[in-house]
Design a protein around this ligand. Structure first.
Ligand SMILES: [Zn+2]
Length: 263
């Protein structure tokens, strides 16, 4: 596909959603084509993570549909229901794969491949659940691939440690399970997709790392114009790191006007 054709497709999606006028649409298209041409020279376009995510999209959509069919109320953790549900399922899945590995049923490479597939599927599902869109636009596939890729780098280190150790270390089971927390980032990215927010809960930019239970509370003032007030909200039942306390004080609200951060 050419950049222009991709841009037409994206623009079509955007025009339907945002009611763009023809001149606005032309401006957006010019930006899109430039961004895609810049991206095309970038080696990550066909990254392994992107291939994994693309392959996992149907399974991810099935997961989110399954969530919508359940009437489960799991929201004891302060996280949004859908996110808590997905994290719980993924943690179970990762615990099972770890058992397979320590029981000798699979080798470290097979374990890595299975965890990578699971991460691709759940990162995509988290984005869908956050955004409410079951079809990921091309730019969202790229964003999800990026969050998966960051985890695969950690996972690869973990695999090498496992392969070179004489025996399994006690802390590794919970370390393997903790990858479930990484889907917080695509969830919040999906939820706040068009907004240039400086951080996402659980994205590793705060001292609480993946344990973060903060939320973005987004108030659209004029969605078409791109005016939003965004608050970083602490979960009242959790302990907070210094970074998140500071964010809750500073970003109360963080103002976005005309799709730009007001600093
Ligand atoms: Zn936090």
């Amino acid at each position: 596909m050419t950049a222009t054709r991709d841009a037409d497709w994206l623009l079509d999606q955007a025009t339907q959603r945002a009611n763009l006028s023809a001149p606005q649409a032309q401006r957006v298209k010019a930006v899109l084509v430039a961004a895609m041409l810049a991206g095309a020279g970038h080696k990550e376009v066909d990254s392994p993570a992107r291939k994994l995510v693309t392959a996992a999209l149907p399974a991810a959509a099935r997961l989110v549909r399954r969530y919508r069919r359940t009437q489960k109320q799991l929201d004891t953790s302060g996280l949004p229901d859908a996110l808590a549900w997905l994290i719980g399922l993924l943690a179970d899945l990762l615990a099972g794969l770890w058992d397979d590995l320590t029981g000798g049923g699979i080798d470290p490479q097979q374990w890595y491949d299975d965890v990578a597939d699971a991460l691709a599927e759940y990162h995509a599902a988290a984005w869908m659940a956050g955004s409410g869109q079951m079809k990921l636009p091309l730019d969202a596939v790229e964003k999800v691939a990026n969050t998966v890729e960051a985890q695969l780098a950690f996972l690869d280190n973990f695999k090498v440690e496992v392969q070179s150790a004489a025996e399994f270390a006690p802390g590794w089971a919970s370390r393997a399970e903790s990858y479930a927390n990484s889907i917080k980032t695509p969830y919040w990215k999906g939820k706040t997709d068009v907004l240039p927010l400086p951080a996402m809960p659980g994205d590793g930019t705060s001292d609480c790392l993946g344990n973060c239970r903060c939320l973005w509370d987004i108030t659209p003032l004029d969605a078409e114009k791109g005016d939003y007030d965004c608050r970083w909200v602490l979960d009242s039942s959790a302990k907070h790191c210094a970074n998140c306390l500071q964010r809750a004080a500073d970003w109360a609200p963080l103002r976005i006007r005309d799709f730009q951060l007001v600093l």
